[in-house]
Design a protein around this ligand. Sequence first.
Ligand SMILES: NC(=O)c1ccc[n+]([C@@H]2O[C@H](COP(=O)([O-])OP(=O)(O)OC[C@H]3O[C@@H](n4cnc5c(N)ncnc54)[C@H](O)[C@@H]3O)[C@@H](O)[C@H]2O)c1
Length: 379
Amino acid sequence: MAVTEPLRVGLLGAGMIATCDYGILPNLGPLSGRVQIVAIANSTMEKAARVAREFAIPASYSSLEAMLEGSELDAVVNLTPILVHGRTSIAILAAGKHLVTEKPLATTMDEADTIVQMASDQGLVVVCSPPNMVLPSRRRARRLLEEGAIGRVAFARVRGSHAGPASYGWPSDPSWFYQEGAGPLLDLGVYALAEITGLLGPARRVSAFSGITDALRRVQGGPFDGQTIEVTTDDNVVLMLDFGSSTFALVDATFNVNAASSPGLEIFGSDGTMTLTETISFTGRGAVLHVGAGGGPGQPSKWRVVDQSEDADQESKVQSLKRAVLLDHLVECVEGADVTLSAEHGRHVLEVMLQAQKSAISGRAMDVTSTFSLPVARI
Ligand SMILES: NC(=O)c1ccc[n+]([C@@H]2O[C@H](COP(=O)([O-])OP(=O)(O)OC[C@H]3O[C@@H](n4cnc5c(N)ncnc54)[C@H](O)[C@@H]3O)[C@@H](O)[C@H]2O)c1
């Protein structure tokens, strides 16, 4: 079903991912005629009004409820902090609106189950960040795995870490990333987990180690340079996933990777190895996909760069959309395409993270029971 009128969209949250150079509002150009941002709400009204002025958004509000009451909307993009996602997304679906939500889907399985059920009952589309699995490099990686390019997968290694926002000259106060309700597992591990489960399918068990590296972190660079952060949530998590049939993955989710020379993702199979240079990137170039096989003991591996020239148009579209790729996916799905960034996948990734936290406390591997399926990878 083609959408003839632009989808009327409201933004909830007028913070960094709404406004920064790789965020939603500055990158809507390719969606012109398909999406119209008609309202924005933020719990501090002054911020909502300022962003509305800056991006010529017709209406601004101080709450979700006021926005739902005051503007005619088809969909809402939830850009609130992690702890707020679940309850606000439930309210958005209760109002009968399609939903795009930043990651993670929610912070409890009850919230996640409610979101999945409400969307299904009402025939509403939910698009759940991160966008990894709609990126052309991941679509191509899925296709190669399905075609058996590296044989039977034995295990994978995925990086879901960086040095942490306190180390990057973050433009706003980065303290909350290191405190209860956030941390690298929910903030970064979610990308690696969405990616590896997107490539290998649902995980069945998880085991994790988790801890705090330093109880205090000092902010480096940016407007909060020198500020001390009390670290109250684990900032150093390493997970092992079991996919069944002796297929495993190792995933790190930490604020402790200051530099890395290994690929973001490596998948080792019976006939070869696949690597992706970066876990997610909107730096203007797509991730490079390699496939290699051993040259024998003591011999260098033989690598080939996978030809991704066929994906060039799609890649350039994604690179220009940046985070607005989530809205592009919403429009496609409202028009009838299958949802790749589904609430079911978001719920599965959340369950892996919550069970990982339990595993780290109990010292035992934990079962993961939720599942999801991805539509055929279109390239
Ligand atoms: N900043 C990034 O680089 C980045 C990247 C990818 C994803 N994200 C995700 O985007 C989301 C938002 O992150 P951010 O960095 O923009 O945070 P932020 O703190 O800059 O912005 C969040 C905004 O939401 C507002 N808010 C909080 N509760 C609200 C509520 N109940 N109703 C209305 N507004 C409310 C806050 O006032 C704030 O302006 C998070 O889920 C984060 O994981 C952020």
